[in-house]
Structures are given as C-alpha cells and as structure tokens.
Write a protein that binds this ligand. Structure first.
Ligand SMILES: C[C@@](CO)(OP(=O)(O)O)[C@H](O)COP(=O)(O)OP(=O)(O)OC[C@H]1O[C@@H](n2ccc(N)nc2=O)[C@H](O)[C@@H]1O
Ligand SMILES: Nc1ncnc2c1ncn2[C@@H]1O[C@H](COP(=O)(O)OP(=O)(O)O)[C@@H](O)[C@H]1O
Length: 258
C-alpha cells in the first residue's frame, strides 16, 4: 500500500532580525520569517510491527534532544497518540543543514505536530498547537502556522501572516556550527541594542524586497556582528546582496526578478 502519511518540512530565513528587549534569559525579536520553498526535509509515518517509539533519520543529535521527540513527549498523553506511535515509525529525510539558522529542527517539530494532529485526530487548533510548539523552541510556532511570509515578534510566539509575493530564496551554509545560545550571550554582553517601536512598526509594514533594498547585512540582522565575533571565518562569505539568517551560519539572497 502506498504511504501517504508524508509531509514536507520547510526551512526558513530571517529577512531581518532585530532585538526589541529582554525577557529573562531570552530576547524579544522583531523579525520577518520567510519559508524556503526549495529546501525541505520530509517526514513520514510508516506502519511497523516494532512496537516501540522510533525516529529514523540522519541527524547528529541523540533521541532525547531531538525536537521531534520533545514534541512527542508534549502530546503523548492525548488519546491514542502513544498507541499510534507504537505502530508507526517516524522517518525523517534530512536535507536542511543543522546549526544553520534555517530552523530545520524547529520545522521538523512543527511538521510532526501538524501530522500527529491530523493522523491521531487530536483536533487541536493552530493556537493550541502554537502553545505546545513554544515549549520546544522559539522558532517552532512560525512553522506551525505554515505561512510563506510572516512577522514574528515576542520570543517567537506572535506570528502574523504577511501578504507579499512568493520569494525565491537561495541559501549557502558555511561549515560552521553556530551555537544560538552563545551568540545571544555575546550579543547581550557586547553588542546589545534595542530597536525603537517606531522603526519596528515601519519594518514590519514593508515588503521583504524593499527591506533588503534598504538594509545591509549588519543592519538587517542584529545577531550578525555577534556571530562574526564568535566565528570570524563567516566574514569570508560576505558578498554584495547576500544576508545572514537567524543566528547563522547560513547566508541567503533573493532571486526574484533576476
Ligand atoms: C535566532 C533565531 C531566529 O529565528 O533562529 P535560529 O538561528 O536558531 O534559526 C531563533 O529565535 C532562535 O530560536 P531557537 O533556535 O528555537 O532557539 P531556542 O532553542 O529556543 O533557544 C536557544 C538559546 O538561544 C537563546 N535565545 C533564543 C531565542 C530568543 N528569542 N532569545 C534567546 O536569548 C537562549 O539562550 C536559548 O537558550
Ligand atoms: N529533528 C532535528 N533536526 C535537526 N536538528 C535537530 C533536530 N532535533 C534536534 N536537533 C538539534 O537542534 C540543533 C540545531 O537546530 P536547527 O533547527 O537544525 O538549527 P538552527 O536552530 O540553527 O536553525 C542541533 O543541536 C541539533 O542537533
């Protein structure tokens, strides 16, 4: 029988990423997230007789730190979930580089939640899924909503659809494992600044292409200088019209109209 319990799990880039304040150990963001259509992992649920919870895929992390396992633990007490995953293995075909600022692990967790909601008939709303998602990581709520483009604020829990043309995003990922927590720490200690409400409002109202026309790589992403100070080798990838995603290490450009 053909398996149709399969779903694409897309990467994202941050068109711009500004810091708006602190919340405990976390930082409040003002950011435009855009889905990368040509870069995705594939998640599938495949019937098995193994009778044990199983994730199969080529990731570098162990089971306990896998975002999909974290997502499973948050929903396993819902009716039928444990039973379903004793009878179905989770397969993940990884194409999105890890530690790359492309949200691969976050995207996998969100895709898992969406699929479990559908195939285990949980009937959870997007908002309910979003509050589960936030417990896994700051980027996960964006992927739950499945928008092509969205304004993301708070520490990632406020996700508002942004209407604009579909962007053709090209990425390159240097072989540098950027540690998000370390980069935020350096930012807090050495580079801390907050965007004003007025500037935030303006950026959030502008189309991604207009924003990139106006800002250079450092102005577009408040974390870039912190990432550079921790991983100076990133500097050799700087090129005209290329920008930096999240806490790195990926650079991207938009090819619309080229
Ligand atoms: C910077 C961003 C922008 O999209 O992306 P990535 O580069 O990771 O893709 C994200 O906000 C990252 O989100 P995510 O990767 O889910 O981070 P988490 O696992 O929740 O947090 C890892 C660590 O980063 C710091 N952190 C994270 C998010 C945030 N808004 N403020 C923070 O200070 C915290 O120290 C936290 O312990
Ligand atoms: N399903 C997963 N896919 C990829 N990375 C994962 C996954 N689960 C946990 N991780 C861990 O998440 C971290 C990288 O997160 P990822 O979302 O791929 O990158 P980034 O946050 O830089 O965009 C690594 O510690 C990786 O081992």
């Amino acid at each position: 029988m053909e398996n149709n319990m399969i779903k694409k799990s897309y990467a994202k880039v941050n068109i711009f990423l500004k810091i708006a304040g602190k919340r405990g150990n976390y930082h409040e963001l003002v950011s435009r997230f855009v889905r990368v259509h040509n870069l995705y992992d594939k998640l599938s649920f495949i019937k098995t007789h193994r009778k044990a919870f199983t994730i199969i895929g080529n990731f570098s992390c162990n089971l306990e730190t896998n975002t999909v396992y974290k997502a499973y633990n948050l929903i396993k007490d819902y009716d039928g979930v444990e039973e379903f995953f004793l009878n179905h293995e989770i397969h993940i075909e990884k194409n999105i580089p890890e530690f790359a600022g492309l949200g691969g692990g976050s995207s996998n967790a969100a895709t898992f939640l969406l699929m479990a909601n559908q195939y285990c008939n949980l009937n959870l709303s997007k908002d309910e899924l979003c509050s589960i998602a936030l417990k896994i990581g700051a980027d996960v709520p964006f992927f739950v909503y499945q928008y092509d483009s969205a304004n993301v604020t708070g520490i990632g829990e406020i996700v508002e659809k942004f209407d604009e043309e579909i962007l053709n995003v090209e990425t390159i990922t240097p072989k540098v494992k950027c540690n998000t927590g370390e980069i935020f720490k350096i930012f807090r200690d050495n580079f801390y600044k907050e965007i004003s409400n007025e500037d935030a409002k303006r950026l959030l109202s502008m189309k991604s292409l207009e924003i990139l026309k106006e800002l250079n790589i450092k102005k577009a992403n408040d974390l870039y200088e912190s990432a550079l100070s921790l991983y100076p080798q990133l500097g050799s990838y700087e090129k005209k019209d290329w920008y930096f995603s999240g806490s790195g290490s990926s650079f991207f450009r938009i090819n619309n109209g080229k």
